[in-house]
Design a binder for this molecule. Structure first.
Ligand code: AMP
Length: 316
């Protein structure tokens, strides 16, 4: 039996299903989570399905999340974790060992083997693409609402069909989605991409102040004072990182942002060639070959990571 069918059969077996995903969720994680919740509820209206974790206010349009403390976890509970390769970044699950049955659906390189059944495809553009495949392979009903959420996840994770792993299969699946659901997809870009003016001004600051090494590593260190000055938060730089793609002089680029609340430095790292996730994982982070991240305990560690990435360019 293929994995898509096996996942469907597992879902069918359980009456309580919890759907979780990574901390700091993006539209792929949230779109996948809410689409899967609706999908299961539409097909099996007796099952209790919970989408858990916390979410930034700007993504509230995806839906309201559920509270886990209202759920009694027992043998009839299935946990599905989306878009999260590592235990440390699962949002809302304190003790994964409490769960006997876990399905992982992900497109990241494997880090922790916490699941009992997995659908992992690193060549998939997004987790939403995998859920779309799951729908078509099992002939499930693609409603307008589910289609919209999956479309937003795919568009967002592929950088509007531009990043690596946007494949013929991505276009085939999305074409099928559009044909079957007939959604007004251009109307979805406004909620997905609308940003406050403060973030645009902050973007201007980053563009003005980015540093470049001789090897082609671009970086900026953003302190808490700068965040306050621009009225943005520690997650804001992450929304801007992709804007520096396709700059001739830049091979790898990294934003380092002080996150005072969590007493750490956030690193957003991107590459136009060198494989960066191996170095990111040595610094407690991880991610894809050309899009990684990490949380560092000090500026010293951040500087060390900068040097390692700069060296990496010379080894290419
Ligand atoms: P970001 O720069 O936050 O958009 O992250 C880019 C990619 O790196 C995401 O796909 C995440 O999977 C991964 N990533 C980010 N932060 C971490 C972290 N602290 N640990 C492991 N992977 C991370």
């Amino acid at each position: 039996m293929n994995i898509f069918r096996r996942i469907y059969k597992e879902i069918k077996k359980y009456n309580k299903i919890i759907i979780a995903r990574h901390i700091g969720p993006d539209p792929d994680a949230l779109g996948g989570q809410f689409a899967l919740k609706e999908l299961i509820q539409n097909k099996f209206n007796n099952k209790k399905v919970y989408a858990i974790g916390s979410s930034p206010a700007k993504f509230k349009f995806f839906g309201n999340l559920d509270r886990l403390d209202e759920i009694n976890i027992d043998d009839d509970t299935l946990l599905i974790i989306l878009d999260t390769p590592d235990i440390k970044r699962i949002d809302g699950i304190d003790n994964i060992k409490e769960y006997k049955n876990i399905i992982k659906i992900d497109h990241h390189p494997i880090i922790d083997n916490y699941e009992s059944l997995s659908l992992i495809d690193e060549t998939s553009s997004s987790t939403c693409q995998l859920i779309l495949e799951l729908i078509f392979k099992n002939h499930l009903k693609l409603t307008k609402s589910i289609a919209e959420k999956l479309y937003m996840g795919i568009v967002s994770d592929t950088g509007r069909f531009m990043h690596d792993y946007t494949t013929k299969k991505t276009f085939e699946l999305v074409t099928k989605l559009l044909k079957k659901s007939n959604i007004n997809f251009t109307s979805l870009y406004s909620p997905l991409y609308a940003r406050p003016l403060s973030e645009i001004k902050f973007q201007g600051f980053i563009f003005e102040n980015i540093e470049l090494t001789d090897n082609g590593l671009a970086y900026i260190k953003i302190t808490d004072d700068i965040l306050k000055e621009y009225g943005v938060d520690a997650a804001s730089a992450g929304n801007i990182i992709s804007e520096l793609n396709f700059v001739n002089e830049i091979k790898i680029w990294m934003f380092l942002t002080e996150d005072k609340k969590n007493n750490q430095i956030r690193a957003n790292i991107r590459s136009r060639g060198p494989i960066i996730n191996e170095i990111a994982s040595k610094y407690g982070g991880g991610g894809h070959k050309y899009a990684s991240g990490a949380r560092l305990s000090s500026w010293d560690k951040a500087n060390e990571l900068l040097e390692k990435l700069d060296d990496l360019i010379t080894k290419e």
